[in-house]
Design a binder for this molecule. Structure first.
Ligand code: SF4
Length: 210
């Protein structure tokens, strides 16, 4: 299988339970809930995306002919050292491309694999840390994992219903939108009202990281 990667780079994970950890971000091109083109946003299932996942032209991006080639690319970005290797596989929607061969290749390179998915596609077995971020109006097929990350507020999403899903951690993250103050207040309010939820902020944006 050929893999289409928008960009890949070494950074610190900015959000969620693993915030602050050194990681290679592997951003796949393409999503099943939006084309990524502005002219399509209003008719997309997911309308608040803050990520460019179109094409393969970003730094460290490109088309990779097979899993082992992409695995070696991720290793080259990590640099020297075997300890605590972590790759965050994201997108777009990573489950459109993350198959068993790539899971094996990344493990062979010594990486723990964290995935950030919208949950509409069942996760490939073997992932070490699965974060699902559900989007209103989509059918979520993957209702278990390590971390459920709710971008808030989202009309049509009921946190009480999500609390029934099988996740170890429940995080609420203010939506990055025009009215950030209101979104932050709403996220704080949810965490105060429902103690199962923890507030997470996008520290990479605060710190000026990618
Ligand atoms: S599901 Fe995720 S990657 Fe896809 S459009 Fe929404 S926020 Fe962006």
């Amino acid at each position: 299988m050929t893999y289409a990667v928008k960009e890949a780079f070494l950074t610190l994970q900015g959000e969620g339970v693993q915030a602050g950890r050194r990681a290679v971000f592997l951003r796949f091109a393409g999503c099943n809930l939006w084309s990524g083109r502005e002219e399509d946003r209003r008719k997309a299932v997911c309308q608040f995306c803050d990520t460019d996942f179109v094409g393969t032209d970003g730094a460290g991006g490109g088309k990779f002919a097979d899993a082992s080639t992409l695995g070696r690319h991720v290793t080259a970005l990590w640099g020297a050292g075997q300890e605590q290797r972590l790759v965050v596989v994201t997108g777009g929607e990573p489950m459109l491309q993350l198959d068993a061969a790539l899971v094996d290749a990344l493990h062979d390179e010594g990486f723990r694999i964290a995935v950030e998915s919208n949950g509409t596609i069942k996760a490939t077995p073997g992932i070490d840390w699965l974060c699902v971020s559900p989007k209103a109006g989509s059918e979520v097929a993957q209702r278990s994992g390590d971390e459920l990350k709710l971008v808030w507020p989202q009309a049509g999403v009921d946190p009480a219903e999500l609390e029934q899903w099988d996740f170890a951690h429940f995080l609420v993250q203010p939506m990055d939108c025009a009215d950030r103050e209101s979104a932050l207040a709403a996220a704080i309010s949810l965490a105060m009202d429902r103690p199962k939820w923890r507030l997470t902020l996008q520290a990479h944006k605060i710190a000026g990281l990618r």
